[in-house]
Structures are given as C-alpha cells and as structure tokens.
Design a protein around this ligand. Sequence first.
Ligand SMILES: CC(C)(COP(=O)(O)OP(=O)(O)OC[C@H]1O[C@@H](n2cnc3c(N)ncnc32)[C@H](O)[C@@H]1OP(=O)(O)O)[C@@H](O)C(=O)NCCC(=O)NCCS
Length: 240
Amino acid sequence: MYLEPPVEVTKSEFTIKASEIEQFLRAPAMELKPWPNAMVQLKDKTMFIRHARKEEVPKMLSYIEKIMKVEHDFYDIVGVRVYAELLGWYRNRLKDPYVLVGIIDGKLAGMANGRILNPDINISHHTMTFIRKGRIGAAMYYAKCYYALEVLQQKEFWSTFESYNGWMLGFRTGQTPYPWPEYQHELGGARVYTITQDMWHRSVKNFDQEVIGSKFVFDNIPEELVKQSEEFEVPEEIVV
Ligand SMILES: CC(C)(COP(=O)(O)OP(=O)(O)OC[C@H]1O[C@@H](n2cnc3c(N)ncnc32)[C@H](O)[C@@H]1OP(=O)(O)O)[C@@H](O)C(=O)NCCC(=O)NCCS
C-alpha cells in the first residue's frame, strides 16, 4: 500500500534485513523447565520418554510423511497436522512448542506435542503411536499432562480430540468441556476439554497406574536405557 508522504522527505527509500524482520514473525521463547526423562513399563516393553531435539525434526518428518497417507483411524488428518506442527517448530513459526518422543529399543514408538499458550494454559496438540495395542499413546498422552500440570505447574491443560481412540484417552481422564462455540480449540475449532490442577491431583495423576498399568519412573533410570535412547530410528514400515 503506497501513500504520499505528508511532508517533504530527503530519504525516500529504506532497506531492511530479513534478519531484522524475523523478530516480527516469531514469538520470543519463554524459559521453560524441561521434561525430566522418564521410563514406563508397558505390557512387554520398557519405553523411554524424552524431549525430541530440534535436529531430529527432519527424520521425524520423513516418517510422518508416510503416516499421513494412512486412511484409517484418523492417522491422515492427525499426520498432516503433526507434520505442520513439527515444521512450525523447526522453522520457528510456533510459539513455545514441545515435542516428547517415546522410544522402545532405540525405535520411535510414539510422540506427543503441544505448546505453551501462557504461563497458565498448556495447549495439547497431538498424540500418535506408531505401534498399536501397546498403550503407547496413553503413556505419551499422560506424559504431556504430567509435563503441563506437574513439571510446569500450569493451571490447565487444554485438549481436543480428532479420533475415537484419542477421545477415549480424554474420556478416561474425565475432562470437562468448556462451553462451545464460545471456546474453540485451535485445532479446527472443536470443543476445548480441560484438566485443571484440582482434577489432576484428585484423579488424573494416577492414570498411568490405572490405564497403562504401571507408574512413570523418573529416578534411577538405567544408564544403558538413557544411552540407547539418545538417538532413535524411525520405523521402516508403517504398521499402524
Ligand atoms: C490415539 C492413539 C494415540 C492412542 O494410542 P494407544 O493408547 O497406544 O492405543 P491404540 O491406538 O494402540 O489402541 C487403542 C485401543 O484400540 C485397540 N486397537 C488398536 N488397534 C486395533 C486393531 N487393529 N484392532 C482392534 N483393536 C485395536 C487397542 O487394543 C486399544 O484398546 P484398549 O484401550 O482396550 O487397550 C493412537 O490410536 C493413534 O496414534 N491414533 C492416530 C492418531 C490420533 O488419533 N491421535 C489422537 C488425536 S486426538
């Protein structure tokens, strides 16, 4: 949009570096406590859960690209959205995102991600499992709730659900909906379901034992497991 300057100007053109524009396009990062590494015993395997590292995003994207072609159980819609969220983190176009990865025997078994809206509210984005029937997704979802309400001590954790299996996780944690359409989740404008600190301490905190069958372990994780999980391979085949 061009408008005539309302006064005589002696310099009529300005240049600006892209590196100077960048500050207007990204949100300055908050200082956040990291997710403490954890391990959880699943039916027959032990899963290690850690933060994904930014340099691991391209490897994850190459796999999610295949997952988004799966036309059952909503892997396609969740896949494309996760792809955008991972890329949004990689290209600094998402405010305070976090990505947790679940690793079994050095292989990526599941992931969960979200972002910090403000010090009080954590927005849950997605949970995905790449191996079925192992309660891996339930464990990843619990990890995300634990990060928001226990580690970051936020007031609320806001979810929405895009699949029946995802909704089951929310249902099992007894989440309360906010009035709709007054409140809309950033994923497609669907209902916002919340877990508050009060709900967390009164019931949801024990979800790991009740639904997954064992408690998360944060201390004395075997050195060997930590080392084995420093890197992960993405599965060669899609087996969901
Ligand atoms: C939602 C999700 C993370 C849940 O993961 P999960 O807790 O590990 O659970 P699974 O998907 O493996 O299985 C869910 C249930 O369906 C059952 N199931 C899974 N695959 C099945 C199959 N092929 N046939 C029959 N039952 C099956 C499981 O046994 C499980 O039942 P249970 O809860 O009684 O044990 C996972 O289903 C997923 O990644 N879905 C696609 C992405 C998605 O929808 N994400 C959530 C967005 S809201």
